[in-house]
Structures are given as C-alpha cells and as structure tokens.
Design a protein. Structure first.
Length: 356
C-alpha cells in the first residue's frame, strides 16, 4: 500500500494548477553564482506572471517539500544517505566549494530547495490529471535516476511524479515523457529502461553532457541535434516527432520537460533557438496534448541565462492567451476535464452554427 503523502492532498480549487514555493530559490553567500545556473530563476518567473496580472500569491499552489518517505518511492536508501556527504552534493550540483560546507548547511541551502521543487513536480502530476494541465515552475531534474545524481539534479522528480501516478491514481497506467531540454534526459531513461508503460521522446544536442549511451536505449523517439540548430529546423522536428510520439501511443499523462537551455547563447546547450522559438515550441507541445485531451504536466528544467525567466513567463502567458491553459477549465472541470472540454466544444460548435 502506498504511504500517505501530503503531496497528494487536494489543492484549493480556486488556485491555478501552477505550483511554486519561494523555497525553490537557492541563495547562500553568493556561492550559487559559481554555477552558470540562475539560482533565483523560479522566483523571477513568478514575479513576471504577477506583474502581468496572470496570477497572485494566493492563486498558486504552494509546493511542499518531498519527505524521505516520498523520495524512497524511487530512490534507494543508499543514494539518499550519500547526499549526507557534502562532497557528493558538490559533485552533483557542480559547485566545488559546497564540498567544504557542513552538511546541515548543504541540506538546508541546496538540497531543501531541490526537495521542494521535487515535491512540486509530484503535486503537479496529480493536478494535471485532475485539471487537464499543470505547470511546476521548477523541477525537471532529468539527469538523476534512482541511485545516481548529476548535472545539477539531485532527485529524480520526473520518475517520482510518474511512479506516484501509477501507484495512486486510477486510470493512469501509461505515460509519455517529452524531453526538450538541450541535454539528454538520462536519469528518467535509466529509471524506465525496461518499463513498457513509459514512452520517451528526447530531443537534445548529441555532442554535449551526458552522452549516456546506455540510457539512450530507453528512448523510443530519439532526435539528435547538431551544434547551433536554429528555429526553423528545430520547430519542424519537434512538431513532427511530438505528433508521431502521441500517435504511436496515447498516454494517460504527458510529462513535458521544457528546458530553456536550447536558447541561443546558452553556455551549456550549444543550440541557437530564439526566445520566440521557445515560446512556439511550448505552444506546439500543449496544442498536441490539448487536441488529444491528454493531461500535461510541464516542468522548467535547464536554462542558464539571465533572460531565461522572462522567456518562461512569456511562454506561459502565450499559452494562456491562446486558451491552451485556463483557470476555468482548471476549476470547473476539476472532476473531469475531458467532459468539461466536450461540453465546451459542443457549445463552441453551436455558437459557430448560429454565426453562419
């Protein structure tokens, strides 16, 4: 029997299915600046959305920290114990001075934010099924598997969200991961290597980290990109393969890893996608999901430039302007978004008829 987890308690129905906590942001003595990651990116996304009046603090779902018991749904006890060594965390987060900090500081300042983002992804999984869509403003730690972290990823939030759904939500037995971060998502690939319930599509720069040949065997749809790939080619490939993936298998949930490290000039991604290209990419994925009435959970993953937060916010605003995410569907359709959508579609058809 699954343990009782606070992460699966119902969120207030007045909230948008957008999950965040101020705890996401990593700040300590400027050490976070030693990594190219903008460790305050998540808070900035929320601030932009507030400025645009899309959301307010009391309208977002407050992420809760994943407990050890939650993490053990996927992680080995051995792995969690390893994180009690500061040098292990320093290696995973690629911030060498972390090795010299007492572990209680590392737990509080580095790992707690990552555990809270992980809790956010798990919560967003249930929200997506309940409401048709959900966005965790953090998460997307796709280099971490059950027993190994790396590439700034200390917890396997994508694997956890899927395993939680499979174990606890009736009617969810197939999942598709669409991983569009610039890097190969070797963590969830290793976790779901022989699991036929999970279909993985991964588009990434073939020449950069992690180059995990073993993990590639788990990818059902592999889109290997060249250095400096630009918008036109990229968007055409994303469109073709997202459609192909969802036609091949209709899942009960899509986990969309929406890394923004594909942005032109990203120090780690090596691709050359414009801000508009990123906004369009997210639109392509959401359109494909909504058209097929498949619940979608988006996580923000990698993205290492100062302008990244603005682009993520612009993308969420664009999804809203296009009606691909909306609060009405979220709250009134809390019982079953599919039924709600059908009612809405038939109303639209009637309106269209009367206009003709």
């Amino acid at each position: 029997r699954p343990h009782r987890s606070e992460l699966y308690e119902d969120a207030p129905s007045a909230c948008w299915p957008i999950v965040y906590s101020p705890e996401y942001n990593i700040t300590f003595m400027g050490l976070e600046k030693l990594h190219p990651f903008d460790a305050g990116k998540w808070g900035k996304v929320i601030n932009f959305l507030k400025e645009e009046k899309l959301i307010a603090d009391d309208l977002i779902v407050q992420a809760r920290e994943a407990t050890d018991e939650d993490l053990l749904v996927v992680h080995t006890r051995r792995y969690l114990n390893k994180l009690k060594w500061s040098f292990v965390v320093a290696t995973i987060t690629e911030i060498p001075p972390v090795a010299f900090l007492p572990n209680f500081v590392v737990q509080r300042k580095v790992l707690k934010p990552l555990r809270t983002q992980t809790g956010g992804t798990i919560m967003a999984g249930k929200l997506a099924v309940d409401r048709g869509w959900a966005i965790n403003v953090g998460g997307g730690f796709h280099h971490c598997s059950s027993d190994k972290g790396g590439g700034f990823c200390a917890y396997a939030d994508i694997t956890l969200a899927i395993k939680f759904l499979f174990e606890r939500v009736q009617g969810v037995s197939k999942a598709t991961i669409i991983d569009l971060d610039a890097h190969q998502g070797n963590g969830h690939e290793r976790d779901f290597m022989d699991d036929h319930r999970v279909y993985i599509m991964d588009a990434y720069n073939r020449y950069i980290y992690p180059g995990d040949g073993f993990a590639k065997r788990a990818i059902k749809r592999k889109v290997e990109l060249e250095w400096g790939t630009e918008d036109t080619e990229y968007l055409q490939k994303v469109h073709t393969h997202v459609e192909g993936a969802l036609n091949e298998l209709k899942p009960d949930i899509i986990i969309y890893n929406a890394g923004t490290d594909i942005l032109d000039g990203d120090p780690l991604g090596g691709l050359a996608i414009s801000p508009q290209g990123i906004v369009k990419r997210d639109e392509v994925v959401f359109k494909a999901a909504r058209r097929r009435r498949i619940p979608i959970l988006m996580v923000t993953s990698g993205g290492y430039q100062k302008r990244t937060a603005r682009i993520i916010a612009d993308s969420i605003l664009n999804l809203h302007n296009l009606g691909l995410i909306d609060k009405e569907l979220a709250t009134s359709g809390a019982e079953n978004p599919k039924v709600e959508q059908m009612i809405r579609d038939s109303a639209k058809d009637l309106t269209n008829l009367s206009l003709q």
